[in-house]
Design a protein around this ligand. Structure first.
Ligand SMILES: Cc1ncc(COP(=O)(O)O)c(C=O)c1O
Length: 370
């Protein structure tokens, strides 16, 4: 049904994650899968403690350090268990046994789930809850007054399901800021020094499922309790340079290729950001032009550059939209079941041509059905 007449037989896949990967990366994986150059074995067959893999791991860390300008007092870890394990590991390491609460900004589904897990480990204050307007708006930052002694403040930089995104790094005095950047890491540069810890599961913007990137300021590790199960203690992963247990070797190898591709294609994250803005603008322009027919979920000022979420006037038109889009090789556009409508995920690997095709389709669909 999704057959493409494009050169590679590929559709434009707007999945929220696992999401589309850059074609040059997929081609390189294909080329190297049987035998990694200079190694003679597949990346799937070599030890995580061998020279070949360690050099891949270190190259990946180096790329990330350069792209994000990560200072030397931050560790770069590659863990398993996805974004969701971080929801628990963070409060286990930085909240458990403490009297000072952790502050949580609940801006959408992911922030809510993170806060629920934290409550199992220690005191949590929900500093902001966007539930009343169905998570369509970010908080007015000036109106927030977190406890200056809070153990940390957790927020989600981009709510993947609702399509709302902070466009800047947050900072509240000296409170360690912890950010779930699962669906927007590497789409713009960050001021890393403002963060205590940033984490991102890979399967949206930086690679395949199976690895989660954690960037953590070293001094925070001094406060970790001593009674955590070994895998759940960040210190073990930091001490063993992400080789405490068998590292997710293949996903790390792919993250490395994605970083190389980013550097080669864009040079730096400023250019990636411009590219993201350019793509998102094409879709929001359609939503604004066809007002009343397409209705964006996010308040205009809080719109995500990564996940464009909107509704059509009724279910019939939504189904027709999805069907006709798929017929034109524009796939995986159904919104998350909790929000409905349409969600177009346009991470770094989504080509401009894919977004142009979708914008054209939206304009034509509006003309025919409004
Ligand atoms: C912002 C955000 N945080 C966390 C998660 C959960 O990640 P995982 O499924 O890897 O646990 C997701 C997506 O699935 C997400 O979009």
């Amino acid at each position: 049904m999704y057959l493409s007449n494009s050169e590679n037989g590929r559709v434009y896949n707007f999945s929220a994650g696992p999401a589309t990967l850059p074609l040059p990366v997929l081609k390189q994986i294909e080329q190297e899968l049987i035998s990694l150059p200079g190694v003679g074995s597949s990346i799937l067959e070599i030890s995580h403690r061998g020279k070949a893999f360690i050099s891949i791991l270190e190259e990946t860390q180096e790329h990330l350090r350069q792209l994000l300008s990560i200072p030397t007092n931050y560790k770069i870890l590659f863990l398993q268990g996805g974004g969701r394990l971080q929801f628990s590991m963070i409060p286990m390491n930085f909240l458990k046994g403490r009297s000072e609460e952790a502050e949580y900004l609940v801006t959408g589904t992911w922030g809510k789930l993170a806060a629920e897990q934290a409550k199992m480990q220690g005191p949590v204050n929900i500093l902001y809850n966007g539930k009343d307007h169905n998570y369509s708006q970010l908080p007015d930052l000036a109106s927030l007054s977190p406890n200056p002694n809070a153990s940390y403040l957790h927020y989600t930089s981009n709510e993947t399901i609702q399509g709302i995104q902070f466009s800047d790094d947050l900072q509240f005095g000296d409170i360690p800021m912890i950010c779930d950047a699962s669906s927007d890491i590497l789409h713009r540069s960050l001021d890393i020094q403002k963060y205590g810890l940033i984490y991102a599961c890979a399967q949206k913007n930086i690679g395949p499922a199976g690895v989660t990137l954690v960037i953590v300021r070293e001094d925070l590790l001094d406060k970790v309790p001593n009674d955590l199960p070994c895998y759940l203690d960040y210190r073990n992963h930091a001490e063993h340079n992400s080789m405490y247990n068998t590292s997710p070797t293949f996903p790390i190898y792919v993250v490395n290729l994605v970083c190389r591709w980013l550097q080669k294609t864009f040079g730096d994250l400023e250019s990636v950001h411009k590219f993201s803005q350019q793509k998102a603008a094409l879709l929001y322009e359609q939503i604004d032009t066809c007002k009343g027919f397409y209705t964006g979920h996010a308040r205009t000022s809080d719109r995500s550059l990564m996940n464009v979420v909107f509704r059509l006037p009724n279910e019939e038109l939504t189904t027709l939209f999805l069907q006709q889009a798929a017929d034109q090789n524009l796939t995986n556009l159904a919104g998350h079941r909790s929000v409905g409508g349409i969600r177009a995920s346009i991470y770094n690997a989504m080509p401009l041509a894919g977004v142009q095709e979708l914008a054209k389709f939206m304009a034509n669909f509006y003309k025919k059905n409004s």
